[in-house]
Design a protein around this ligand. Sequence first.
Ligand code: GUN
Length: 294
Amino acid sequence: MTAQIIDGNSIAKSLRADIAEEVRRWRADGKRLPGLAVILVGNDPASEVYVRGKRRDCDEVGFHSEVQHLSANVTQQDLEERIRVLNEDASIDGILVQTPLPEHIDEDRVIDCIDPAKDVDGFHAYNIGLLALRRPAFRSCTPKGVMLLLEAIGVEPRGMDAAVIGASNHVGRPMGLELLLAGCTVTTAHKFTRDIADKIRLADIVVSAVGKPGLVPADWIKPGAIVIDIGITRGENNKLYGDVQFDAVKEVASWITPVPGGVGPMTRVALLQNTLQAARSQHALKAQLSEQDG
Ligand code: GUN
Protein backbone atom coordinates (compact mmCIF):
# COMPACT_ATOMS: atom_id res chain seq x y z
CA MET A 1 0.00 0.00 0.00
CA THR A 2 1.19 3.52 -0.73
CA ALA A 3 -0.41 6.15 1.47
CA GLN A 4 -2.29 9.15 0.23
CA ILE A 5 -0.51 12.35 1.23
CA ILE A 6 -2.61 14.77 3.30
CA ASP A 7 -2.11 18.24 1.86
CA GLY A 8 -2.40 20.52 4.89
CA ASN A 9 -1.60 23.58 2.79
CA SER A 10 -4.59 23.18 0.50
CA ILE A 11 -7.01 22.21 3.32
CA ALA A 12 -5.87 25.24 5.35
CA LYS A 13 -6.19 27.50 2.31
CA SER A 14 -9.80 26.53 1.83
CA LEU A 15 -10.57 27.09 5.55
CA ARG A 16 -8.85 30.50 5.40
CA ALA A 17 -11.05 31.43 2.44
CA ASP A 18 -14.15 30.63 4.56
CA ILE A 19 -12.84 32.87 7.36
CA ALA A 20 -12.04 35.71 4.93
CA GLU A 21 -15.57 35.46 3.55
CA GLU A 22 -17.07 35.81 7.03
CA VAL A 23 -14.81 38.81 7.74
CA ARG A 24 -15.98 40.44 4.48
CA ARG A 25 -19.57 40.09 5.71
CA TRP A 26 -18.62 41.65 9.07
CA ARG A 27 -16.94 44.55 7.27
CA ALA A 28 -20.04 45.08 5.10
CA ASP A 29 -22.17 45.13 8.29
CA GLY A 30 -19.83 47.70 9.88
CA LYS A 31 -18.85 45.30 12.69
CA ARG A 32 -15.54 45.59 14.52
CA LEU A 33 -13.10 43.13 12.93
CA PRO A 34 -11.53 40.25 14.90
CA GLY A 35 -8.28 41.28 16.61
CA LEU A 36 -5.31 39.13 17.63
CA ALA A 37 -2.46 40.29 19.89
CA VAL A 38 0.76 38.31 19.89
CA ILE A 39 3.43 38.78 22.54
CA LEU A 40 6.91 37.73 21.45
CA VAL A 41 9.66 37.71 24.06
CA GLY A 42 13.30 37.76 22.98
CA ASN A 43 14.88 36.95 19.64
CA ASP A 44 14.43 33.25 19.04
CA PRO A 45 14.69 33.06 15.21
CA ALA A 46 12.13 30.25 14.88
CA SER A 47 9.61 32.15 17.04
CA GLU A 48 10.13 35.27 14.94
CA VAL A 49 9.34 33.26 11.80
CA TYR A 50 6.18 31.79 13.42
CA VAL A 51 4.98 35.21 14.56
CA ARG A 52 5.54 36.74 11.12
CA GLY A 53 3.48 33.87 9.68
CA LYS A 54 0.64 34.52 12.14
CA ARG A 55 0.62 38.19 11.20
CA ARG A 56 0.53 37.32 7.49
CA ASP A 57 -2.39 34.93 8.08
CA CYS A 58 -4.29 37.68 9.92
CA ASP A 59 -3.66 40.12 7.05
CA GLU A 60 -4.83 37.55 4.52
CA VAL A 61 -8.21 37.00 6.20
CA GLY A 62 -8.69 40.65 7.19
CA PHE A 63 -8.14 40.46 10.97
CA HIS A 64 -6.63 43.27 12.98
CA SER A 65 -3.35 42.05 14.50
CA GLU A 66 -0.61 43.51 16.62
CA VAL A 67 2.68 42.17 17.88
CA GLN A 68 4.34 43.29 21.10
CA HIS A 69 8.00 42.38 20.81
CA LEU A 70 9.53 42.44 24.30
CA SER A 71 13.14 42.19 25.37
CA ALA A 72 14.43 38.79 26.52
CA ASN A 73 15.08 40.48 29.89
CA VAL A 74 11.43 41.41 30.52
CA THR A 75 10.37 40.64 34.07
CA GLN A 76 7.58 38.24 34.97
CA GLN A 77 5.67 41.16 36.45
CA ASP A 78 5.95 43.35 33.32
CA LEU A 79 4.93 40.50 31.06
CA GLU A 80 1.89 39.70 33.21
CA GLU A 81 0.95 43.39 33.27
CA ARG A 82 1.00 43.51 29.44
CA ILE A 83 -1.40 40.59 29.39
CA ARG A 84 -3.75 42.23 31.91
CA VAL A 85 -3.89 45.35 29.71
CA LEU A 86 -4.74 43.22 26.66
CA ASN A 87 -7.40 41.35 28.69
CA GLU A 88 -9.19 44.71 29.09
CA ASP A 89 -8.59 45.93 25.50
CA ALA A 90 -11.92 45.84 23.63
CA SER A 91 -10.21 45.81 20.20
CA ILE A 92 -8.44 42.52 21.04
CA ASP A 93 -10.33 39.22 20.94
CA GLY A 94 -7.39 36.83 21.16
CA ILE A 95 -4.10 36.89 23.05
CA LEU A 96 -1.20 34.60 22.25
CA VAL A 97 2.11 34.53 24.07
CA GLN A 98 4.61 32.86 21.77
CA THR A 99 6.55 30.02 23.36
CA PRO A 100 9.25 29.11 24.27
CA LEU A 101 9.74 31.86 26.84
CA PRO A 102 13.12 32.72 28.43
CA GLU A 103 14.20 30.52 31.35
CA HIS A 104 13.50 33.13 34.04
CA ILE A 105 9.82 33.37 33.05
CA ASP A 106 7.29 31.01 34.63
CA GLU A 107 5.21 30.00 31.61
CA ASP A 108 2.36 28.50 33.64
CA ARG A 109 1.82 31.75 35.53
CA VAL A 110 1.88 33.68 32.25
CA ILE A 111 -0.82 31.48 30.73
CA ASP A 112 -2.85 31.71 33.94
CA CYS A 113 -2.98 35.51 33.43
CA ILE A 114 -4.68 35.29 30.02
CA ASP A 115 -8.45 35.81 30.19
CA PRO A 116 -9.80 32.34 29.24
CA ALA A 117 -12.28 34.13 26.93
CA LYS A 118 -9.28 35.45 24.94
CA ASP A 119 -7.14 32.28 25.18
CA VAL A 120 -7.13 31.51 21.45
CA ASP A 121 -4.15 29.16 21.90
CA GLY A 122 -6.37 26.98 24.11
CA PHE A 123 -3.52 26.65 26.64
CA HIS A 124 -5.31 27.97 29.74
CA ALA A 125 -6.16 25.40 32.44
CA TYR A 126 -9.81 26.44 32.17
CA ASN A 127 -9.97 25.63 28.45
CA ILE A 128 -8.04 22.36 28.82
CA GLY A 129 -10.44 21.48 31.66
CA LEU A 130 -13.47 22.18 29.49
CA LEU A 131 -12.05 19.92 26.77
CA ALA A 132 -11.52 17.16 29.36
CA LEU A 133 -15.14 17.58 30.48
CA ARG A 134 -16.48 17.29 26.89
CA ARG A 135 -17.43 20.98 26.79
CA PRO A 136 -14.75 22.33 24.42
CA ALA A 137 -14.50 26.12 24.12
CA PHE A 138 -11.07 27.20 22.88
CA ARG A 139 -9.35 24.07 21.64
CA SER A 140 -5.53 24.01 21.47
CA CYS A 141 -4.54 24.88 17.93
CA THR A 142 -2.37 21.95 16.88
CA PRO A 143 -4.70 19.20 18.15
CA LYS A 144 -7.67 21.07 16.71
CA GLY A 145 -5.80 21.36 13.40
CA VAL A 146 -5.25 17.58 13.39
CA MET A 147 -8.98 16.98 13.98
CA LEU A 148 -9.78 19.34 11.08
CA LEU A 149 -7.39 17.33 8.86
CA LEU A 150 -9.08 14.05 9.79
CA GLU A 151 -12.46 15.59 9.02
CA ALA A 152 -11.19 16.95 5.68
CA ILE A 153 -10.08 13.48 4.52
CA GLY A 154 -13.41 12.00 5.55
CA VAL A 155 -12.27 9.93 8.54
CA GLU A 156 -14.85 9.10 11.20
CA PRO A 157 -12.66 8.52 14.29
CA ARG A 158 -15.44 7.09 16.50
CA GLY A 159 -14.48 3.60 17.70
CA MET A 160 -10.96 3.72 16.29
CA ASP A 161 -7.84 2.94 18.30
CA ALA A 162 -5.60 6.00 18.44
CA ALA A 163 -2.06 6.39 19.72
CA VAL A 164 -0.51 9.72 20.58
CA ILE A 165 3.25 9.77 21.01
CA GLY A 166 4.29 12.59 23.35
CA ALA A 167 2.46 13.92 26.40
CA SER A 168 3.29 17.65 26.44
CA ASN A 169 0.85 20.13 27.95
CA HIS A 170 0.33 22.08 24.74
CA VAL A 171 0.12 19.25 22.22
CA GLY A 172 0.19 15.59 23.34
CA ARG A 173 -2.28 15.86 26.22
CA PRO A 174 -4.93 17.96 24.47
CA MET A 175 -4.45 15.74 21.37
CA GLY A 176 -5.42 12.71 23.44
CA LEU A 177 -8.44 14.58 24.82
CA GLU A 178 -9.55 15.57 21.31
CA LEU A 179 -9.34 11.98 20.07
CA LEU A 180 -11.17 10.75 23.18
CA LEU A 181 -13.90 13.34 22.61
CA ALA A 182 -14.17 12.08 19.02
CA GLY A 183 -14.82 8.56 20.34
CA CYS A 184 -11.40 6.94 19.95
CA THR A 185 -9.79 4.57 22.41
CA VAL A 186 -6.64 6.50 23.17
CA THR A 187 -3.17 5.41 24.23
CA THR A 188 -0.70 8.17 25.05
CA ALA A 189 2.90 7.02 24.85
CA HIS A 190 5.67 9.01 26.53
CA LYS A 191 9.25 8.69 27.69
CA PHE A 192 8.39 6.10 30.37
CA THR A 193 6.31 3.90 28.06
CA ARG A 194 7.50 0.30 27.82
CA ASP A 195 7.27 -1.76 24.62
CA ILE A 196 6.19 1.29 22.67
CA ALA A 197 6.25 -0.43 19.26
CA ASP A 198 3.72 -3.06 20.43
CA LYS A 199 1.34 -0.32 21.58
CA ILE A 200 1.62 1.94 18.55
CA ARG A 201 1.15 -1.06 16.24
CA LEU A 202 -2.42 -1.49 17.54
CA ALA A 203 -3.48 2.00 16.45
CA ASP A 204 -5.68 2.97 13.50
CA ILE A 205 -4.59 6.60 13.98
CA VAL A 206 -1.03 7.42 15.05
CA VAL A 207 -0.16 11.00 15.99
CA SER A 208 3.45 11.75 16.81
CA ALA A 209 4.27 14.94 18.71
CA VAL A 210 7.76 14.50 20.07
CA GLY A 211 10.20 16.50 17.95
CA LYS A 212 12.68 13.64 17.36
CA PRO A 213 13.47 13.21 13.68
CA GLY A 214 12.94 9.67 12.45
CA LEU A 215 11.48 8.40 15.76
CA VAL A 216 8.64 6.46 14.13
CA PRO A 217 9.75 3.62 11.81
CA ALA A 218 7.52 1.67 9.45
CA ASP A 219 7.42 -1.41 11.69
CA TRP A 220 5.53 0.55 14.39
CA ILE A 221 2.66 1.16 11.99
CA LYS A 222 -0.31 -1.12 11.46
CA PRO A 223 -0.94 -1.56 7.71
CA GLY A 224 -3.59 0.95 6.62
CA ALA A 225 -3.21 3.24 9.64
CA ILE A 226 -3.50 7.02 9.38
CA VAL A 227 -0.23 8.67 10.39
CA ILE A 228 -0.12 12.30 11.49
CA ASP A 229 3.26 13.89 12.10
CA ILE A 230 3.25 16.91 14.40
CA GLY A 231 7.00 16.80 15.09
CA ILE A 232 9.01 19.47 13.38
CA THR A 233 12.75 19.85 13.84
CA ARG A 234 15.06 22.13 11.91
CA GLY A 235 18.27 20.32 10.90
CA GLU A 236 21.70 21.86 10.55
CA ASN A 237 21.10 22.32 6.84
CA ASN A 238 17.95 24.36 7.71
CA LYS A 239 15.79 21.51 6.37
CA LEU A 240 12.68 20.56 8.38
CA TYR A 241 12.26 17.00 9.67
CA GLY A 242 9.22 15.27 11.13
CA ASP A 243 9.14 12.45 13.72
CA VAL A 244 8.02 9.90 11.17
CA GLN A 245 10.28 8.04 8.73
CA PHE A 246 8.15 9.34 5.91
CA ASP A 247 9.45 7.36 2.91
CA ALA A 248 9.19 4.00 4.69
CA VAL A 249 5.96 4.69 6.59
CA LYS A 250 4.12 5.88 3.50
CA GLU A 251 4.48 2.35 2.10
CA VAL A 252 2.46 0.98 5.07
CA ALA A 253 -0.04 3.71 6.03
CA SER A 254 -3.27 4.63 4.24
CA TRP A 255 -2.87 8.38 4.84
CA ILE A 256 0.16 10.36 5.97
CA THR A 257 1.01 14.02 6.58
CA PRO A 258 4.23 15.45 5.16
CA VAL A 259 6.58 17.77 7.08
CA PRO A 260 6.41 20.57 6.19
CA GLY A 261 2.98 21.13 4.64
CA GLY A 262 0.92 18.81 6.84
CA VAL A 263 -0.07 19.85 10.36
CA GLY A 264 1.77 23.22 10.44
CA PRO A 265 -0.66 25.15 8.21
CA MET A 266 -3.57 23.59 10.11
CA THR A 267 -2.26 24.87 13.47
CA ARG A 268 -2.23 28.36 11.98
CA VAL A 269 -5.73 28.13 10.55
CA ALA A 270 -7.03 26.77 13.88
CA LEU A 271 -5.67 29.94 15.52
CA LEU A 272 -7.61 32.05 13.02
CA GLN A 273 -10.78 30.04 13.67
CA ASN A 274 -10.33 30.46 17.43
CA THR A 275 -9.82 34.20 17.05
CA LEU A 276 -12.98 34.49 14.94
CA GLN A 277 -14.83 32.43 17.57
CA ALA A 278 -13.57 34.77 20.33
CA ALA A 279 -14.70 37.81 18.33
CA ARG A 280 -18.13 36.27 17.74
CA SER A 281 -18.50 35.70 21.50
CA GLN A 282 -17.42 39.28 22.26
CA HIS A 283 -19.99 40.66 19.77
CA ALA A 284 -22.72 38.46 21.25
CA LEU A 285 -21.82 39.57 24.77
CA LYS A 286 -21.88 43.23 23.75
CA ALA A 287 -25.27 42.80 22.08
CA GLN A 288 -26.62 41.12 25.22
CA LEU A 289 -25.32 43.89 27.47
CA SER A 290 -26.73 46.68 25.29
CA GLU A 291 -30.10 44.89 25.25
CA GLN A 292 -30.08 44.79 29.06
CA ASP A 293 -29.15 48.50 29.21
CA GLY A 294 -31.77 49.48 26.66
N1 GUN B 1 5.31 28.12 19.72
C1 GUN B 1 5.27 27.26 18.68
N2 GUN B 1 3.98 27.06 18.31
C2 GUN B 1 3.21 27.82 19.14
C3 GUN B 1 1.80 28.04 19.26
O1 GUN B 1 0.98 27.48 18.52
N3 GUN B 1 1.42 28.88 20.24
C4 GUN B 1 2.31 29.48 21.06
N4 GUN B 1 1.82 30.29 22.00
N5 GUN B 1 3.61 29.30 20.98
C5 GUN B 1 4.05 28.47 20.02
